[in-house]
Ligand binder design. Structure first.
Ligand SMILES: Cc1cc2nc3c(=O)[nH]c(=O)nc-3n(C[C@H](O)[C@H](O)[C@H](O)COP(=O)(O)OP(=O)(O)OC[C@H]3O[C@@H](n4cnc5c(N)ncnc54)[C@H](O)[C@@H]3O)c2cc1C
Length: 439
């Protein structure tokens, strides 16, 4: 069936395959092929993930003489949009893993340690190994931390046994989660899913994984013997009202029970029980399979640095940047890229792609004696898989407007094979192009 759909719409597909670059790459973000700006500025970038690695490559293309230092204690680069596919048994763990050196631009100094201290007053970073780095400009791209300790009784050692999954934890844990899902699906039972009450990266991922579980149970013939429960932290299934409406329909169609105002508090992994805080007190649900998604926060070094908002997200610590320029409100020589930014939307790799040209423009323009003009509109994108072979390409901005990259071609709220292909096939290539600074 999929093949005939493919041939019927091959022209569309070819257009889309090219266009899918816009999913992460988008239009208007290709680095400007201008003469390089000469500078002796010291630029420190914290984090070599999606945002940090890409901005390092872009700045090397734009600047001559800058001293650029990239700091990250992890040597592996993780392509995180692949985690859901790994946890659905569609890709091996290695699909999401590469080495930072592979993407590193040569003139950049790479320090394979974490930032341990950061003082924006003295403009200095100290690494876990004690290296002191003075900077003129700082780009914070540390991403976020997964606060597993906030879930009582949970330990990463337990993942993969007793129906316990943790897709977010990394490629190996995503693979262990797949093994637990597959084992669960041979008999069926109750699967319980959730999202935290904090801001989170790719808020669609827990939903996707619920749908993929539902799909796997159907394929294994055990859906009738099963119950799928999605617990949400608030009333709404998603932060964008029109998307929530569509999700409510899908939940009903797929016979997934939605339980509202539940926030995971603790797990009893041996007994397979999950305890939630609710407005009516604690509620414990039995499960046979679950995917734990913990609260998400800024790394402690950032929270201790004084860069976080003082009156918003105080339990989470996102940095206080301007919504449009991503420049720090109190320290104008500091910018944020990616999940660490304290803005109302934008914790996806696709958002990173739109952060990059903005930060690059403001930083390089200033070094050239001018002023940047580019702005970020909150663009966030989530290919919301509803089963293997179908996804909705949801794209929206700060104001909850849907901002489809292909209006009239890909309907954002339709479950399409082409949107699935973008996630399953095209997204990784475009992500890799972004890392190289080429998208
Ligand atoms: C399960 C899952 C599915 C997802 N699916 C999608 C999707 O379909 N589409 C999409 O667009 N996005 C998706 N995302 C989100 C996307 O992966 C992130 O939004 C994106 O990686 C954010 O980039 P970043 O640079 O901010 O952070 P990251 O890519 O996480 O990189 C942060 C880097 O900072 C480093 N770091 C941390 N602390 C320090 C420190 N103290 N000093 C120095 N370095 C530090 C880390 O080691 C890491 O290398 C998904 C994420 C997950 C987990």
């Amino acid at each position: 069936m999929y093949f005939s759909e493919f041939t019927a719409s091959r022209r569309t597909f070819l257009g889309m395959a090219a266009g899918s670059l816009a999913l992460v790459a988008g239009t208007g973000s290709t680095p400007v092929q201008a003469a390089k700006t000469r500078t002796s500025a010291k630029i420190v970038i914290l984090g070599a993930g999606a945002g940090g690695m890409a901005i390092a490559n872009r700045l090397v293309d734009r600047l001559e003489g800058a001293e650029i230092t990239l700091v990250d204690g992890r040597q592996e680069h993780w392509y995180q949009p692949g985690f859901t596919l790994i946890a659905a048994g569609l890709k091996p763990a290695s699909y999401s893993v590469s080495r930072n050196e592979q993407w590193l631009p040569r003139p950049v100094r790479y320090i394979n340690e974490y930032a341990a201290e950061l003082d924006p007053e003295t403009q200095r970073v100290t690494t876990t190994g004690g290296t002191r780095l003075d900077y003129d400009y700082l780009i914070v791209a540390t991403g976020l931390i997964l606060d597993w300790d906030a879930i009582g009784g949970f330990s990463l050692d337990l993942v993969g046994q007793n129906g316990l999954g943790a897709v977010y934890a990394g490629p190996e844990y995503a693979a262990k989660t797949w093994r637990a899902l597959d084992e669960f699906a041979t008999r069926g039972g109750r699967a319980v899913f959730m999202r935290p009450t904090t801001e989170m990266k790719c808020a669609g991922a827990p939903l996707k994984y619920s749908f993929l579980t539902d799909d796997h149970l159907r394929r294994k013939g055990t859906r009738d013997a099963s119950e799928v429960v999605y617990t949400t932290n608030s009333q709404a299934l998603f932060g964008v009202p029109i998307v929530t409406e569509k999700l409510e329909l899908i939940m009903r169609r797929q016979d997934i029970n939605v339980v509202r105002h539940h926030v995971l508090k603790a797990i009893d992994a041996g007994a397979r029980k999950a305890t939630f805080d609710t407005p009516d007190g604690e509620v414990t649900l039995d499960y046979d399979f679950t995917n734990v998604v913990p609260p998400q926060r800024a790394p402690q070094v950032i929270r201790d640095s004084g860069l976080s908002w003082a009156d918003r997200w105080t339990d989470q610590g996102w940095i206080e940047v301007e919504m449009d320029t991503l420049r720090h409100k109190r320290y104008p020589n500091v910018f944020g890229i990616g999940d660490i930014n304290g803005v109302p939307k934008g914790k996806t790799a696709a958002s990173v792609k739109w952060h990059l040209p903005v930060v690059e423009d403001h930083l390089v323009s200033e070094l050239a004696g001018g002023e940047g003009t580019r702005t970020y509109n909150g663009y966030t994108s989530c290919p919301l898989i509803t089963r293997v072979g179908r996804a909705m390409l949801i794209e929206f901005d700060y104001h909850d407007n849907l901002v489809p990259s292909f209006p009239g071609v890909v309907a954002p709220l339709e479950e399409l094979w082409i949107s699935w292909l973008m996630k399953e096939v095209a997204l990784k290539a475009t992500y890799n192009a972004m890392l190289r600074g080429r998208a």
